[in-house]
Design a protein around this ligand. Sequence first.
Ligand code: SF4
Length: 368
Amino acid sequence: MRELNTDETRIAFRAESGGKTQSYICVNPYSSVAFPKNRFRRPLLNWYRENARNLPWRKTRNPYAILISEFMLQQTQVATVLSYYNRWLRRFPDFATLAHASEATVLHAWQGLGYYARARNLHATARIVVNRYGHFPRAIARIRELPGIGRYTANAIATFAFDQSVPIVEANTARVLTRLFNFQKPIDCTAGREALWKRAAVLVPKSSAGTYNSALIDLGALVCLPRQPKCEICPVKKFCRARNAETLPIKKARPPTRRLVETHALIVKQGKILLAQSVARWRGMWILPPLQTRSTTKRAVQMSIFPFTHHRITLAVYRHPAPPKIFSNQKWFEISALKNIAMPSPHRRATRHLLTAGRAARSRRQRS
Ligand code: SF4
C-alpha cells in the first residue's frame, strides 16, 4: 500500500488487490473534524478546576495586565516572570503611565528579563493605544497591528481579556495538540504551523474559550511534559492518539550554536565609570565600551559566558586607562548611581564583580 496524499479530512492511497493496483480515498482517522470535541473538553475542564496554576495574570481581565504577562512570558520561564510582573504593574499600572515613561526608565525596569526588543515594543504599543485608540482594541486585526504582537499574542489577549473564541498555539498547547493528533509535520515550518493552528481552532469552544485555552496550557505545563509525559494521570488520555509521545512535536534541526568573543573595556576614573550607549543588540542601554580588537598582550580581568539566541558569547573585559577624549555615545557615570542605569545583565554582572574586586584589593592594600 502506498499513501499518496493526506489532508485534514481524507487519506488517498494506492493498494494492490488481485494483481490490480487501485486508488482509494478514506476518512482520515486523525482528523480534528472527526475529533469528539465536547467529550474531550469536559474532563480537561474538570481537571483544570482542580489543578489550575495560581498565576496572577489569570485573576484579571484587564488587557493591559494580560499584555504585560504575554510579553514577559515570550522566551522567559513562568518562575522568572512572576518576580517581575507585580513589580512592573506597580511601577507602570496602565497604558498611560507606560506611554509617558522615558525609554531609559522602561529598559531599566525590564532589566534582567533579556530580549529588550520586547520592552521597546511594549512601550511603543502603549503609546499607540493612548494616542490612537484611547483604549485597547478588541478586534484581532487591530491588535495584530501593534508592535511586537503576532498571531499567538493577539489571540491570547483576545481570549484571556475578552473571552473571544480563538485558538492559541504556544509551546505547551503545541505539545499537547501534536500528541493528541499524533501530528507528524514539523511545527516550525509554514505548512505544519498552519495545519496545527487549524486543528487548535476546531477544538476551541464558543463560550468560556479563555478557560479552555488556560486549561490546555496547564495540561502541557503540568502533565503533558516534554520528557516523560504523565500519561497515566492525563485527563484526556482516552482521546490521545500519540504513538510515541516524547518524539512530538517534530521540529526542524536547530542551527548549530555559534561561539563569539566580545571584548569590552573597564575604564574607571575618580569614582566614575565610562559606559557606551548600545546601538545594536541592547539598543538604548549602557554597556562597557566595546573594543575593536582583542588584546594579545594584556590579560582580560573578567571573562564570562552568556547565551544569546543560538550564540554562546564570551564577554572579555580589559582594564583600560581613561582616554583623553570620549565618543558622542559615551558618558561618565558615578559608580554609586549605577543601579539606576539600564544595563544588560551580562555587563552589569561583570561591572559589579570588577568594581567589588577593585574595592576589596584597595582596602587590602590600605590595611597592609
Ligand atoms: S496521554 Fe500523554 S501524550 Fe497524550 S495528551 Fe495526555 S500526557 Fe500528553
